[in-house]
Design a protein around this ligand. Structure first.
Ligand SMILES: Cc1cc2nc3c(=O)[nH]c(=O)nc-3n(C[C@H](O)[C@H](O)[C@H](O)COP(=O)(O)OP(=O)(O)OC[C@H]3O[C@@H](n4cnc5c(N)ncnc54)[C@H](O)[C@@H]3O)c2cc1C
Length: 527
């Protein structure tokens, strides 16, 4: 049995007995076979000594058991690593950042506590997956949609706390949470927002309550264990339609994004989409690869013309009353036409809800319709291969998209990309007002490839930060690197995070190192 850092084996054995007393013997996992299941299948440190491996896992069934586990952890100063459903693949999976931590696995706390289809919200425990919540709603015929991320086996709690994204107008998952119950490191239970008011009638309808708004400190954090979360649901819309906007010249991107930002920020387009280029996404093609790699704009424009494909395109997803979304599409076309000579449009599919089961079966992707799925795994990469997400936030401007593409391609050129192709960074509108560039690096069970990937990744972090772009979320391997870049005023924000950590978790038991925040005893001295 592995032992957490700084602990004697005999003390850990005693602590394990106490965990067993707290949650039941069947729910404490210590065998290599069981603990291996908590390793990160997408670890960029696979087969290397630095791969963080937990020492054990403990799975409480309710808030009182969480409190009891924290009590034992405080007694023995055992680092825990909290997960809800533990599907954070690409960002660390269910594995801790600090090797030897005990995984606090909340999968048994999987109760849907309430779904309200009049005020459109749900209250869930951490172990509830998107599939569970969808099933609950579907079985009861409730007229509300959830907003799943691509893989539906994760949880609204874990995903919202990571500030993940989906595709419908409820796409920003942290933004669409409302009210939390949190167990602090000392075992105290806190309810945020209106939940602090005994008998509150609007815990899931009004976020702020009274006094300082505290919820943010529990996202991407190690300051508490969230045991309940309110999330806002989308009232089932009447209709959906899409339309694609296409332009033929490289520089058209500037106006394309300007109008796109106007439509987004006016609330006309409210869902996640992708500004992209078929020239980036076409299958391996030596002619295109060479043009892209060398940034040959004239050559790329010529290629697009010869093959009758747009240089850039954006697909606009619209949800709402049928008459309204038709008018929104017409309005969008007018705006683009006024700004970009030669812009063309293609009508996409449109639907009225509810969909018949036949319509659902024929959808190429159910996720934008609030139906969770795992189909993303069938289209992403060869089997047995994982990925790492590099995801800087950049301004919603064409200039920033072009500059980021140039900068990242240069990194590839300097260091050699693991896939051997030019950088292709699509930009997503997962969040209001800014783009997130998401690039997925393949992770394989090959030490040399992964070393190279880590080198490139770290260079990308530095090049991004040098231009004022920061990552919105990252794999545990790079949390320190990215926290380092958020350094305004000699790391004032990180120091504030550390002050809170010291006050709320003096023994440093909760997820040490999460997003670069370490307990006092494990902190590096800062110059
Ligand atoms: C192919 C593929 C596609 C993906 N697409 C998307 C996508 O579209 N959108 C997206 O957002 N992500 C995406 N992901 C990433 C990931 O799969 C999801 O974000 C997933 O929902 C996260 O896993 P989870 O919900 O089980 O969270 P968990 O793994 O349970 O939690 C994530 C982290 O949050 C913290 N945490 C969790 N629960 C608690 C708690 N109760 N209290 C305190 N802290 C807690 C912990 O630090 C934990 O490590 C994708 C991954 C893959 C492999």
């Amino acid at each position: 049995m592995r032992v957490p850092p700084g602990l004697r084996a005999a003390d850990f054995a005693e602590a394990i007995k106490q965990f067993e007393a707290a949650v039941g013997k069947d729910w404490v996992f210590t065998s290599d076979e069981d603990v291996d299941l908590y390793r990160d299948a997408y670890s960029p440190l696979w087969h290397e000594a630095e791969e963080p491996i937990p020492s054990a896992a403990v799975a409480p069934d309710g808030v009182e058991q969480v409190q009891a586990v924290l009590q034992v952890a405080n007694r023995y100063k055992i680092p825990l690593w909290t997960i809800s459903t533990g599907r954070n693949l690409g960002y660390g999976g269910s594995a801790p950042l600090l090797s030897g931590s005990v995984v606090l696995d909340l999968k048994r706390m999987n109760r849907v506590l309430e779904v309200n289809d009049k005020n459109h919200y749900a209250l869930v425990e951490p172990g509830v997956s998107y599939f569970d919540l969808y099933k609950y709603i579907h079985e009861r015929g409730l007229k509300v949609w959830i907003d799943p991320p691509d893989p539906g086996w994760g949880s609204p709690v874990g995903n919202s706390l990571e500030r993940g994204g989906g595709y419908t107008p409820m796409r920003d998952h942290y933004d669409n949470h409302c009210g939390m119950e949190v167990v602090l490191a000392n075992g105290e239970i806190v309810r945020t927002g209106m939940g602090a008011l005994p008998g509150a009638k609007t815990w899931q309808q009004y976020k702020y309550g009274f006094g300082p708004y505290i919820d943010g400190i529990f996202s991407q954090s190690n300051l508490g264990v969230v045991t309940k979360l309110g999330i806002w649901l989308l009232p089932e819309p009447e209709a959906y339609r899409t339309g694609t906007v296409m332009v033929s010249k490289h520089d058209d991107l500037l106006k394309l994004v300007e109008v796109f930002a106007y439509l987004m920020n006016s609330g006309i387009v409210q869902a996640t989409t992708l500004v992209t280029s078929p020239l980036w996404f076409s299958r391996p093609n030596p002619e295109l690869d060479a043009l892209r790699f060398n940034g040959e704009v004239a050559g790329l424009e010529d290629y697009a013309k010869r093959h009758n494909i747009p240089y850039w395109s954006v697909n606009l997803p619209l949800y709402g009353p049928a008459r309204v979304i038709e008018a929104q599409w017409e309005f969008a076309k007018d705006k683009f036409s006024a700004a970009i000579p030669g812009v063309t449009f293609a009508d996409g599919p449109s639907y009225r809800f509810p969909l018949s089961s036949e319509q659902v079966a024929n959808l190429s992707d159910t996720v934008p319709f609030g139906i969770p799925s795992l189909s993303i795994f069938s289209i992403m990469g060869p089997k047995g291969q994982g990925h790492l997400g590099f995801s800087p936030i950049i301004p919603m401007t064409g200039e920033a998209v072009l500059e980021s593409q140039k900068v990242f391609t240069q990194v590839y050129r300097d260091l050699g990309s693991p896939t051997g192709s030019a950088a292709s960074f699509p930009v997503f509108s997962f969040f209001a007002r800014a783009f997130v560039n998401i690039y997925l690096f393949p992770v394989v069970h090959d030490v040399e490839t992964n070393r190279k990937t880590r080198e490139i990744y770290r260079r990308l972090i530095k090049e991004s930060a040098a231009r004022g772009w920061g990552e919105y979320r990252t794999h545990t391997t790079f949390m320190n690197d990215i926290a380092e870049t958020y350094s305004f005023n000699n790391h004032a924000l990180l120091r504030l995070h550390e002050t809170m950590k010291d006050a709320l978790d003096p023994n440093g038991i909760l997820s040490p190192g999460k997003n670069g925040v370490w307990p006092k005893t494990m902190r590096k001295e800062r110059a």
